[in-house]
Each structure stands twice: as structure tokens, then as C-alpha cells.
Design a protein around this ligand. Sequence first.
Ligand code: FE
Length: 216
Amino acid sequence: MMNDPWGKLLETAKKVHLANSKLQDFCPFPKDIKKQEFEPYHIPASDLMQNETGLLTRDYAELRDAFISASPYAHWRQTYKGTIIGERFLNEFGCYGLIGPESPFQSEKIRAWVVYMPKKFYYPWHHHPAEEMYLCLAGEAVFRRENCPDVRLSSGGIMEHSANQPHSMETVEHPIMAYVVWRSEFGTKPVLTFKAVSYTHLRAHETGRNLVCRLL
Ligand code: FE
């Protein structure tokens, strides 16, 4: 194993987190962090992220590269395994923890992880009781939240999701990498907001209003 990618990654994430007033106001970077053991778990998204060339960034090259360097040693999550989400999503949606379960560090105060999506990728509507904040490190995506206008975020952009507020995300001509934190309700994992319909059906409704899905 290469020389402790986790120590470097934690230090870099901490520097970014402490320097960002929105992240700090949302959840101060914790002081109770402990190292922990975990088993790595590989999925194809890890290779995609390591070979990605489209993660353009303004201020976050160091953190982007630290997340990429640690990729081979991470436990990549499959949060939506066993749902209607589909094979491409399970293989290509990238997410691994920095602070939390199956991650190199733990804290009682926050969860923190990286999210990566290739270009032309759709993350359907989902929700969770945890309050969440995204910092876009590199690339860009369209973020959607219930009862809010769509927002296109690129490097440095911030998005907040309140408890159980449905949200979705879509990349078009660029991939995205984001640093994501939760500050509450860690025990309940995300669920898809519309379970009674197919992935294709969910996607079809993304371009219009969500009313039809919502009634199913
Ligand atoms: Fe979320």
C-alpha cells in the first residue's frame, strides 16, 4: 500500500473544510476524529475516477487529487444495491467515505465522503432524514431540489439539502466530483423517492414536472 493516502486526504479535506465558511457554519470540522480499520471494496467507478480527464477545478486540485490517490484503497459504496436503480448506476456512481462507517476515520459529529459521477449521468430523486451539504470540487452538474429552481454547480459551488427534502443530480458534458457532509441523523441511509416506477420512467420525468411520478 502506498504511503498513508488517508492521512494526506484527511489533512487536505480539513484545510478545505476549515477555509469554507458555509461548510463551517453547517458543521464545523470535527475535533473528535479517530482512525479506524475497514475493508476496501472496489467497483468500476473507482477506475473511472482514476482515469477521468474532465474534472476541471479552480481551487481544489489538491483535494481532487487526494481523493483520486486514495481511490484504490477505499470502500466504494453501493447504497442502492437491491433497488430498481439499474446496473450502470451501481457500477459507475462513485462514492466512498472519508469519515463514517467503512471509512478510514470516524467522528460522532459528522459524516464526510466523496461523490463522483461521469458525464451524461443521472442520479434519480432520493431523500434522507440527514441534513446534507455538497461542495463541488471539480467538474459540474445540475442539482435539483424539491420546490427549488435547478442549479448548475461547478468548482466552489455549494448545495444544501434539508431533512427529507427530495433531490436529484445530473451531469451533461462534464463529470463531477463533490465533497459531501452530513451533520445529523446518520443512522438512516438514503432511499429513492419514487420506488413504484422504473428507472427509465424516473428519467423520463426529469425533463418535465414531477407531478405524475409523485402521484404514483
Ligand atoms: Fe443526499
